[in-house]
Write a protein that binds this ligand. Sequence first.
Ligand SMILES: [Zn+2]
Length: 409
Amino acid sequence: MRKPTRLLFLFTLAASAVLSTQGAPADSVYVLKPARVFDGDVMHEGWGAMVRADKIEAVGPLAELKAPPAAKVIDLPGLTLLPGLIEAHSHVLLHPYNETSWNDQVAHESQALRVARATNHLRATLLAGFTTIRDLGTEGAGYADVGLKQAVEQGIIPGPRMLVATRAIVATGSYGPKGYAEDSHVPQGAEEADGDNLIRVVRDQIGHGADWIKVYADYRWSPDNTAAPTFSLDELKLIVDTARSSGRPVSAHSTTPDGMRRSILAGVETIEHGTAGTPEVFKLMKEHGVALIPTLAATGARPGAKESFQAALAAGVTIGNGSDVGVFAHGTNVLELEAMVRFGMTPVDALKSATSVDARILHMETKIGRVAPGLLADLIAVEGDPSKDISALWHVMLVMKDGVVYKTP
Ligand SMILES: [Zn+2]
């Protein structure tokens, strides 16, 4: 019995290896001829790029790109070529709250229903030019993000490459849905854990496929329902140390100065929202190299959000692009970049946030985020020049991921 079993196991491994091999065929070559290239840092007029299989082979002045005869040429007159955009804070298992409240999505929608919606969300995200997302919590949909990620990797559904956080971690009693009879047990939008149990829960989420650990360092649970810190500094350190020994970084939802301070001192790598951040807290973030994901598209209308974002800019904090999309419609992620520019970031810096800066924040700078030889061929082309008018990003005419074309003019 032993030998056949082992053979079957080997066969299964080989089959899954074949299935998970994505990207363009080895002999596929494209020459992309736009009006200009934003390489992740700088705009270059008159440049183009060549792609072989799933990688960028060359980038530079169009006259210097030596294409083999079999290359497919894609003319992109007047368009700007840039790295596939990165969304560092999404929830593909949520749909807009003006359709269905968060409470009702978590408490009343089945996981199958939510996954079916998510497949549409992933397609919309990719076609909007976002070729990589960090999805920060399934909000009650278990580990469905891991399966969705596999479905994209295996070419079953179109979508961006995904980094996932699975269930996310909240302090017992702090999260929701709330407002049910006190003796009824309501499944929560994230996994509750406290004290030493945090070690087990972090490891369990890693075992289920978490690329990042997401923790809620504060939430609306003060007596007047405003945000207040949840985990102690020691608890946050326990989470970070446990995640870090497996090579996983930690992202902290935090809006309050106290929650942010504890998160920074505990060693998290990104702070989500930071809506009530003060100049002192942003100074501390800068000193500790913690990045801010402002999610202005979801929270920018809150009192103080603009002043807080400008304080982060003034302090020189690394600011990534992440919108909390799912709260609003998937595929409209560009709203975040527009909001950052409206609040004072230059269009070029906003473009960097969504490309080279986000790539570094996600530890993927050797694979994505720039138009450079050797990187994955995640490329988009938009009408006009987004370094002059960020809203040009709404007009995506070409989407390529891993050297595979999903949309052409
Ligand atoms: Zn979120």
